[in-house]
Design a protein around this ligand. Structure first.
Ligand code: ATP
Ligand code: MG
Length: 429
């Protein structure tokens, strides 16, 4: 195929055989979030470039090298969203959703775009489900975010494969004091730092903690620790969160090197990580960002949120073989009709059945075909039952009802009795 007719590298089609698992995953999350009282918000996929520069921060990997930015026909600089928080905050401010200081518990789902090196678990178009909570500043809501993800891992059957890492970055004042101490310490070991870290030391020193370079990591062993610089407010907040996680029986480890990639975090930061996916092990990450809304021009409004990467969680479900068997069966009943009169009757009958059983997944054979070929299609569809309508059945106003998965004998059912019969043998979702 010529190059122009291929998908863009790192941007994937999600094929029909994969969509049942996606829909199962998305449906499970959506139900859970409804139950916890979160409301869905949908933002555009494109925003002014300035929005991301202002919110994510100029000196971050995302803004420096990962954004899909282009000029539109008006000469405006636009960017395909690399994450959801910035647009969510923009929408909240634009529509006054937190105006009188009222709390908001919001969630969103959709594609995000980052120009990264494509590899397993890392793509250029990927999908996130994110939550953002505004105007609730206590550790109780930080805990709720974590508790509900823990419940989600339970529903999905992946609890044993994920681990919670937790840290506190303090308020911006305490982080400021810590930065000074860290820069002083690292500057004294400048020659032992890798090149990236030397650059970050000037632009975004906390990110040095994030380094994968072994020499720099060795220098960091004796570096000052954020925990020693936490102000009382942040310390009490962090203790409050830990106490709640213990009360809810959720295991966690403190990772003092956890700083997260984005500039806007404060106090709580956390990541759910797995060792089952190789290098791309973070499946969900977030934290508190109490200063962001103000930084973006709003009134002081606290915020906390997270985003999970859907591709990585789907990969994890597949790796752990936690794909429920029933989700791949998409047909309950397959109707085969032979001859034109039977086809007409089948259409009328199937529409009547759909009226009576709106949740029944009934597939009517299309394209005619011999007994053998229609039967093969019925079997391949995964249906539990085949319905068979030929001239003989039509004359008697009955339909052949044939179990395809070894649940009993074939029998004839009167047209009038068909819906009632199907209702007893097909569990309707
Ligand atoms: P990473 O360290 O893996 O680059 P990140 O810190 O950049 O992640 P966030 O911005 O916090 O990621 O996004 C939240 C989640 O979205 C990540 O934990 C991950 O599961 C997912 N994610 C981020 N970038 C990608 C990507 N390029 N492809 C697939 N999933 C991604
Ligand atoms: Mg990244």
């Amino acid at each position: 195929m010529s190059k122009s007719l291929q998908a863009i590298r790192g941007m994937n089609d999600i094929l029909p055989e994969q969509t049942p698992l996606w829909r199962y995953f998305e449906g499970t999350v959506a139900r859970l979030l409804d139950n916890y009282g979160y409301k869905q918000i949908r933002m555009p996929i494109v925003e002014f470039t300035e929005l991301f520069k202002r919110s994510i921060g100029e000196v971050t990997d995302i803004v420096e090298k990962e954004m899909y930015t282009f000029e539109d026909r008006n000469g405006d600089s636009l960017t395909l969203r690399p994450e959801g928080t910035a647009a969510c905050v923009r929408a909240v401010l634009e529509h006054g959703l937190t105006g009188a200081g009222q709390p908001q518990k919001l969630w969103y789902i959709g594609p995000m775009f980052r120009h990264e090196r494509p590899q397993k678990g890392r793509y250029r178009q990927f999908h996130q489900i994110g939550l953002e909570v505004f105007n609730l500043d206590g550790p109780d809501i930080d805990a709720e975010l974590i508790v509900l993800t823990w419940r989600l891992w339970g529903l999905l059957g992946i609890r044993d494969a994920v681990k919670l890492e937790l840290n506190s970055l303090g308020t911006s004042e305490s982080r400021g004091r810590y930065k000074v101490a860290l820069v002083e310490y690292l500057s004294a070991h400048l020659d032992k730092l890798d090149e990236d870290s030397q650059r970050r030391l000037k632009t975004n020193p906390l990110r040095v903690l994030d380094t994968k370079n072994a020499d720099t990591q060795a220098v960091l062993v004796n570096a000052p620790k954020m925990a020693d610089y936490l102000d009382d407010e942040s310390r009490i907040h962090f203790e409050g969160l830990k106490a709640r996680l213990e009360a809810a029986d959720i295991p966690f480890v403190i990772n003092t090197k956890l700083v997260r990639g984005l500039d806007y975090y404060s106090k709580t930061v956390f990541e759910w990580v797995t060792d089952k996916l190789g290098a791309q092990g973070t499946v969900c990450a977030g934290g508190r960002y109490d200063g962001l809304v103000e930084q973006m021009g709003g009134k002081p409004t606290t915020g906390v949120g997270f985003a999970m990467g859907i591709e990585r969680l789907i990969l994890l479900l597949e790796t752990l073989e936690q794909v429920p068997e029933e989700i791949s069966r998409q047909v309950d009943v397959y109707l085969c009709a032979f001859g034109e009169a039977a086809e007409l009757a089948a259409l009328a009958l199937s529409e009547k059945i759909r009226d009576q059983l709106p949740n029944l997944r009934l597939q009517v054979n299309a394209g005619a075909g011999s007994f053998k070929s229609q039967f093969k299609k019925a079997d391949k569809s995964g249906a539990l039952y085949a319905l068979i309508l030929g001239d003989d059945e039509l004359a008697q106003q009955v339909i052949g009802f044939k179990p395809l998965r070894g649940q009993g004998e074939q029998q004839n059912i009167a047209f009038d009795a068909l819906a009632a019969h199907l209702a007893t043998c097909v569990v309707q979702g």
